[in-house]
Design a protein. Sequence first.
Length: 149
Amino acid sequence: MVYKYLYKVNINPFLTMINRVEKLSLLSEMISFAKSENDLKPIEYSFLLAIAKQLEISREDFDYLIEYPINYFPLKSHSERIVQFHRLVLLMNISEEHTHKERIKLFNYGIRMGLSHESINKVLYLMESFPNKIVPPDVLIDIFKVQYN
């Protein structure tokens, strides 16, 4: 099941390089993405709370962000943006169903982060071929590495 996999994913190799405001911004962005279809589903809330813990954000601050989002602060490094895009892909697929509107929104988030549209399209295309639509981190990194070089 996707939900069990999501908690096993180590998605914080760059967290020591970003500050608290950037972490809150990342989390706020993910909450906004998840709330695009109304309120957070319990599975989305649990997943985002797990991300908050990995980002060393308290539950109180996390709950505050749900009601009061903060401004987006772009990530500086390309690798940090890839990790954040991967989080969004995981979040989109957590409920094991997603709409065309969500795919477009994910694409737009990737573009706003400065990622290559060719790489984003390739990830969106390839995710359909993986179990539970979860693109393994190494595959995702290779996709973006090819476009970045």
